[in-house]
Design a protein around this ligand. Structure first.
Ligand SMILES: [Zn+2]
Length: 376
C-alpha cells in the first residue's frame, strides 16, 4: 500500500454475528409476504441499532498507568505476568466497537526490571491483555513516552507490532512518522492523530519521533490525511493540567485550532481526572485515569467515550464512566476496571467498595455533563 498505514477493523467478525442474527430474524418473520416486507425493514433497523451500518464506531479509553503495585498484582506464582482479569468487564465495550483506542502511558519491556513512577516500564503482558480484550490501537504520545529512552520506545513498538496492535504517536523512524494512521472501514477512512504537550523534559531519542502538540506539524499531518482521502480526522491529545477538572487556556487554544482545521473530534487525556465533554464542539476535554494505583476520589475512575462517525451528519459522542476496583484477594491485590454497565454483576465486593463504585460513577457522570451514556 502506498503512502499510509491501514488497519482492518473488527467489522468482519461483527458482520458474521450480525448475519447470523439477521438470518434468524428473517426465518422468524418471513412466513407471509407482508410480514416478509416488514421483516426486511425491521431487520435493517435492528442492524442499524446493533452496528450502525451507516456509521463507524470508535471508542476511547483514557490513561493506562502502571504503578508498581499494579505490576506486582499482575505477577503470577511462576514469575510471569497476567493482566487479563483487569480488563474482563470492559472487554465488551472494546470488542463491539469498530476500533478501540487507549493511551498507553508506560513503556513495555520483555524482561524488566519493571518500574513505576516516575519512569515507567511495564511487562509486555499488559499489551497482550489489551489486545485480547479488544483494543486495536495504542496511543503512545504522552509525557512518559521517553521514560526508558530508545530501548523503551523500540520495545514498546515491537511488542505492539508482534501482537497486531496498531501504534500512533511514537515512531522508530522519521519517515513512518509522517504517515497518518488511517482506520479503514468502507466507506470510512478515519485519520487518527495523537500528540502530547511534553515528554517530561526527557529528550526524544535520536532518530525517533514522538508527536508533539505543535500546530505547524499537525497542520502538515492533517494535510497528509486529506491527501489520503481521509473522510474524518480525529485527534487524541495528551494535554491539560493535572488534577484540574476544567480545561485550561492551552487546551482551549488547541481545540479552537482543531475546529478551524476541520478536525471532527478531539479526545483528551492526561490530567488524572475527567473533565467535561462538549458535545456541540465535539471535544472530550479529559477521559481521566483508565487504570492506575491512584485511589483518591475522581482519580480512581474516569470516562470512556464512544464516537459514532457518519458520512453525512455530525459525529455523535456518548460516554461510559468506570471505576477501578482494587480488590484484596487471597493475600494480594487485583485491579478490575468496572464500567457502569457492570454495576449489577460484580460478586465479592463489600458494601463500602460498592458505595465508592456508585459514587465514582455518579461523580464522573456529573463531570461529563449532559451526554448520553453508552448502552451495550
Ligand atoms: Zn500524562
Amino acid at each position: 500500500m502506498s503512502g499510509g498505514r491501514y488497519i482492518q477493523n473488527k467489522y468482519k467478525k461483527m458482520a458474521a454475528k450480525i448475519l447470523l442474527f439477521g438470518g434468524l430474524m428473517l426465518v422468524g418473520l418471513g412466513s407471509c409476504r407482508d410480514a416478509g416486507q416488514r421483516a426486511s425493514r425491521r431487520d435493517s433497523s435492528v442492524l442499524d441499532t446493533v452496528v450502525g451500518p451507516a456509521g463507524l464506531t470508535l471508542v476511547f479509553s483514557g490513561d493506562i498507568m502502571q504503578h508498581l503495585p499494579q505490576v506486582n498484582a499482575a505477577r503470577q506464582p511462576d514469575g510471569t505476568y497476567d493482566y487479563s482479569a483487569c480488563f474482563r468487564y470492559i472487554r465488551p465495550f472494546w470488542e463491539y466497537a469498530d476500533f478501540a483506542v487507549v493511551n498507553l502511558e508506560t513503556t513495555l519491556s520483555y524482561t524488566g526490571p519493571y518500574s513505576g513512577y516516575p519512569r515507567f516500564s511495564s511487562p509486555a503482558a499488559l499489551a497482550v491483555a489489551l489486545r485480547d480484550a479488544g483494543v486495536d490501537v495504542v496511543a503512545l504520545a504522552n509525557n512518559h513516552s521517553c521514560d526508558r529512552g530508545e530501548r523503551g520506545i523500540r520495545t514498546t513498538l515491537r511488542v505492539a507490532d508482534s501482537l497486531g496492535l496498531q501504534c500512533v504517536g511514537a515512531y522508530a523512524d522519521s519517515i513512518q512518522a509522517t504517515r497518518p494512521l488511517i482506520l479503514e472501514k468502507k466507506p470510512f477512512r478515519v485519520a487518527l492523530l495523537n500528540a502530547t504537550y511534553s515528554t517530561n523534559g526527557l529528550p526524544v531519542p535520536q532518530g525517533m519521533k514522538v508527536h508533539m502538540l505543535d500546530t505547524l506539524r499537525m497542520a502538515r499531518e492533517v494535510a497528509a490525511a486529506r491527501k489520503q482521502h481521509a473522510t474524518h480526522v480525529v485527534l487524541f491529545a495528551h494535554w491539560g493540567e493535572e488534577y484540574q477538572q476544567q480545561p485550561h487556556a492551552a487546551q482551549r487554544r488547541v481545540a479552537d485550532w482543531c475546529r478551524r482545521q476541520g478536525i471532527d473530534v478531539v479526545v483528551g487525556s492526561h490530567p488524572h481526572v475527567a473533565q467535561p465533554i462538549d458535545t456541540a464542539a465535539r471535544v472530550v476535554w479529559s477521559l481521566g485515569n483508565f487504570v492506575s494505583n491512584q485511589r483518591k476520589r475522581y482519580q480512581d475512575g474516569g470516562l470512556n467515550v464512544r464516537i459514532r462517525l457518519f458520512l453525512h451528519r455530525p459525529p455523535r459522542v456518548e460516554m461510559l464512566p468506570h471505576w477501578v476496583w482494587k480488590a484484596a484477594e487471597e493475600g494480594r491485590y487485583r485491579y478490575y476496571i468496572l464500567p457502569a454497565y457492570a454495576a449489577g454483576m460484580v460478586a465479592g465486593m463489600d458494601s463500602a467498595d460498592h458505595q465508592t463504585f456508585l459514587q465514582s460513577l455518579d461523580d464522573n457522570r456529573t463531570v461529563a455533563g449532559a451526554v448520553d451514556e453508552v448502552v451495550l
